[in-house]
Design a protein around this ligand. Structure first.
Ligand SMILES: [Zn+2]
Ligand SMILES: [Zn+2]
Length: 273
């Protein structure tokens, strides 16, 4: 039998733009489009995909690094965008090419892909995490949250792949160049997750079903890949033995396969010491 998989590829993550490609046999969708039209086209071309092949763009919230390229994708390629009302309004999306979802809606994209929108706390935005389901397997894509809810834990627990931000190292942020008010905003309940918080969250949601994790949206000023990875692993070392990768600003990066693993055994993570 043909391996039934969903692939997830980060085309880039960080404060200068986010977009993640999800592909199944029947569909191709983007989660967020925070790039210019030219940048998106270039990044998709490296995957041999033209923007017009995208069935839907799901936008998590209206901040420029997530939704800033949604309108241009509608105008340039006639692409359909899925967003909640606040996000669509803030981005000035074209109503005829916009599908509106509410919190906890399950949006059926095709016969082999459905997407659930789970609200998450992020100041000044109606942000959502997305859980993509494919043949009973699930992948979570979560960024821009200062804290989390029990509801999010419930929906993310047992996902096969979890892509989640590890935005800043607490010490680096506090000792870094940002003014106090900005430090306060980033580290507050509606800001971003620190490496430690991401580790604490993952400790609550990782199960035997969790095969891979990607850490995304690292601050270039207040974080370092090795710090994010080692800090998160301290929290989940006992319970997680899958792959952990870091996604940076310039993609596309290594694809993650979600589904049945007849041919591709997942490799063990490297030891910390
Ligand atoms: Zn944001
Ligand atoms: Zn962001």
């Amino acid at each position: 039998m043909f391996a039934m998989t969903m692939t997830l590829t980060h085309l880039g993550t960080g404060s200068r733009g986010n977009a993640t490609l999800l592909e199944t046999e029947a569909s191709k969708v983007l989660i967020d489009q925070g790039f210019s039209g030219a940048q998106l086209e270039k990044r998709l071309a490296r995957m041999n995909i033209h923007p017009t092949e995208i069935d839907f763009i799901f936008i998590s919230h209206h901040h420029g690094d997530h939704g800033g390229g949604a309108l241009v994708a509608q105008k340039k390629w006639g692409l359909k965008v899925q967003a909640n009302h606040r996000t669509a309004e803030e981005l000035g999306l074209l109503p005829e090419l916009t599908h509106y979802f509410d919190s906890l809606d399950i949006i059926r994209v095709s016969r082999d892909l459905a997407v659930l929108a789970v609200p998450i706390p992020h100041t000044g935005a109606d942000n959502v995490a997305f859980i993509a389901s494919h043949n009973g397997e699930r992948a979570a894509i979560i960024t821009d949250l200062g804290s989390w809810t029990d509801e999010l834990v419930t929906h993310v627990r047992g996902c096969q792949h979890i892509a989640i931000e590890a935005n800043y190292d607490h010490k680096r942020l506090m000792n870094g160049p940002y003014p106090y008010s900005l430090k306060d905003r980033i580290s507050g309940r509606g800001g971003h997750l620190s490496n430690d918080q991401t580790g604490e969250f993952l400790a609550q949601v990782c199960t035997d079903a969790t095969k891979s994790i990607s850490l995304t949206h690292l601050s270039e000023k207040n974080n370092r890949p090795h710090l994010a990875e080692s800090t998160v692993l301290l929290h989940i070392d006992e319970i997680f033995s899958g792959d952990i990768t870091i996604s940076l600003q310039d993609g596309p990066e290594k694809s993650h396969y979600i589904g049945q693993f007849e041919e591709k055994p997942s490799s063990k993570k490297q030891s910390l010491v």
